[in-house]
Design a protein around this ligand. Sequence first.
Ligand code: PGA
Length: 255
Amino acid sequence: MSRLKIVAGNWKMNKDFEEGLSLASEIISMVETEAPSGVQTILFPPFVHLHALASLAKGKQAIHVGGQDCSMHPSGAYTGEIAASMLRSAGASHVLVGHSERRQYHGERSSDGAAKIQQALSAGLTPIYCVGETKEERLGGAFEEVIAAQLQEGLGNLNEVQMGQVVIAYEPVWAIGTGLTASPEQAQEVHAMIRGWLRNHFSAHVANHTSILYGGSVNAGNAAALFAMEDIDGGLVGGASLKSRDFTDIVKANR
Ligand code: PGA
C-alpha cells in the first residue's frame, strides 16, 4: 500500500533563533544528501522561527515546515494566539493539533482539536492530529476506547475529502520524553486499530491512504524497527529531532 512516509521533528520550546537556523540548515543539507527519496521531512520549530526556516526549505520538495499549534479561531481579539492562515502566510504547510502537551498543560480537548483542524484545512495546511493514552489509561486496559473517543471527537465531523488531507500521530503519553518507547508490536496494535476506525468511519480508501505516525521517544536506534511495522508510516520525534545527526538517521530509517 503506498502511503506517504513522513518523519517530523517537534522542537517544542527549544532553540533560540540563531540556534534554530543552524540546526535547520544542518538538517536540510544532511537530509538532502542522505535521505531516501519519497520520505517527507517536516520541521516544527517555535513560531518565531517559522518564516526563516520556510525560506531555508523553499524549493526543496521533500522538506516542509509547520506550526506546533494554531488557534481555533480565524482571527480577532485572541491575544497570544496564532491563526492557521498566518502560519500558512509565513510559509508553513503543516500544523500539529492536539499534542499531549497542549492537552496536559493548556487543557485542550479533542473538540478544540476539531475546531483547529477546520481552521487548518481552510487555511490550506495539513493538520497532524495527535492522539494517545496516559499511563493510567493503558494500565486500566481501556486505552483503545480512549483513543477511539479522541478520534471521534477530533475527526468525526470531517467529510471524506477533508479526512484525506489529515495525518494522524499516535503518541502514547507515557512514552513522550520518558525514554520509554512503545514496542513495535504495541505501536502496531494501536496503529491497526486507528486504521480500522478510519475504515469504519470513512472508507477503505481513506484507511489505506492516511499516514499514521508513531511518536514517543523515537530515536536513531529504535526507529527502523518501528517504521518496519505495517501500519506505521513514520514518526513524530521530539528530543532526537534537536540533533541533526540523530534526526537525519531517523529520516533514513523510514525506507
Ligand atoms: P519525544 O517527543 O520524542 O521527546 O518523546 C515526541 C513528541 O512529543 O512529539
